[in-house]
Design a protein around this ligand. Structure first.
Ligand code: BTN
Length: 331
């Protein structure tokens, strides 16, 4: 973990991108010697930073760590609600599980848990989320919302379209969302969401929104069956993304989206965003739910975020959960 001094040095250098910051000015700000400043810079180098140093001019940033680095995320973060805290871990079993442990221990919300690697990353239906690359994002956000459990489904959908909108803005890409929780590009999965809640009587006690996003990992590093179905953002854009900047932008977007949802002000925007990113409307699909297979054409969502499927007999059925696969339209 970097010291306060290293945090201050970074803040100064990041406040003047591309410009030189003198060692004397840094030493003055910290109340330490120039040699001490140099020692702090060495520690930051070990964390993955590169600095240019010139005796007469000082220092400037030449390279940033490729992996998650908490002070960089905090310094880049524009949205910082009161009471928010960020936990960046090297390795954890699952960021969702760590967030649940922190909630159980009474940590104030909202907070986010990010990790460079997960040893037991979890997906829906008890599946494993492949999480061994520090080039990707594994993030969980914890809240104690005052909302009814029935609104959980729309919460994940709302978060999903917000993540899509953020990626569009941040990386200039066009992600699609496959109900209820997959983020795709050209049929290949780049992200997945897992929302978990503890419910007391008829109220949500706390809520963890987990997001896994393939950012910079090359598909070649994945097991073969996954490489066929998955894609990373860098493969879509053709260039690596700054993981810390993306994490900072994501944290900001998720926190704002949560607030809008909790205030009940998301409905109109939701309909527009869903329409923009929805991959299923009008498509012929098969939906697997509790071991049963249902086929039909997707006509949209109801108010609770359930998927509406028109079967061949013309009847419309609603599904609150299930796994959807696109079918070839009958000719
Ligand atoms: C899915 O597509 O089935 C959901 C995948 C969710 C993965 C993320 S990674 C961060 C968080 N921690 C977990 O263990 N799972 C979620």
């Amino acid at each position: 973990m970097p010291s306060t001094a290293e945090h201050t040095i970074l803040r100064e250098l990041l406040a003047h991108p591309g410009r030189w910051v003198s060692g004397t000015a840094l030493a003055g700000k910290l109340g330490v010697s120039r040699v001490a400043v140099w020692q702090h810079m060495e520690k930051l180098r070990a964390a993955g930073f590169g600095f240019e140093a010139q005796r007469a001019r000082g220092y400037r940033i030449a390279a940033r760590p490729a992996a998650l680095f908490a002070p960089l995320i905090e310094l880049e973060q524009r949205v910082r609600p009161r009471g928010f805290s960020l936990l960046v871990l090297d390795t954890v079993d699952s960021t969702n599980d760590e967030a649940a442990r922190q909630l159980a221990a009474g940590r104030a919300t909202p907070f986010a848990v990010l990790a460079r690697r997960q040893t037991r990353g979890r997906g829906r239906f008890g599946r494993t989320w492949h999480s061994d690359s520090s080039a990707n994002l594994y993030a969980s956000f914890a809240f104690r919302p005052r909302v009814e459990p029935e609104r959980m489904q729309t919460f994940t959908l709302w978060m999903g379209v917000n993540v899509c909108a953020l990626l569009e803005k941040f990386a200039g890409v066009s992600p699609g969302i496959k109900w209820p929780n997959d983020i795709l590009f050209d049929g290949r999965k780049a992200g997945g969401m897992l929302t978990e809640a503890r419910i007391d009587a008829d109220r949500i006690r706390d809520l963890v929104f987990g997001l896994g996003l393939n950012v910079n990992s090359p598909a070649a590093g994945w097991p073969a069956d996954l490489a066929r179905r998955a894609v990373s953002l860098a493969e879509v854009t053709g260039a690596p993304l700054d993981l810390n900047r993306l994490a900072a932008a994501l944290v900001g977007r998720v926190l704002l989206a949560f607030q809008t949802f909790a205030d009940g002000e998301h409905r109109d925007t939701f309909a527009d965003l869903w329409h923009r990113h929805d991959l299923l409307r009008g498509k012929h699909v098969a939906l697997l739910e509790g071991g049963r297979r249902h086929a039909g054409t997707v006509t949209g969502l109801d108010d609770e975020g359930a998927l509406l499927l028109r079967a061949t007999d013309g009847k419309t059925h609603r599904f609150r959960a299930g796994e959807v696969t696109l079918e070839k339209a009958a000719s």
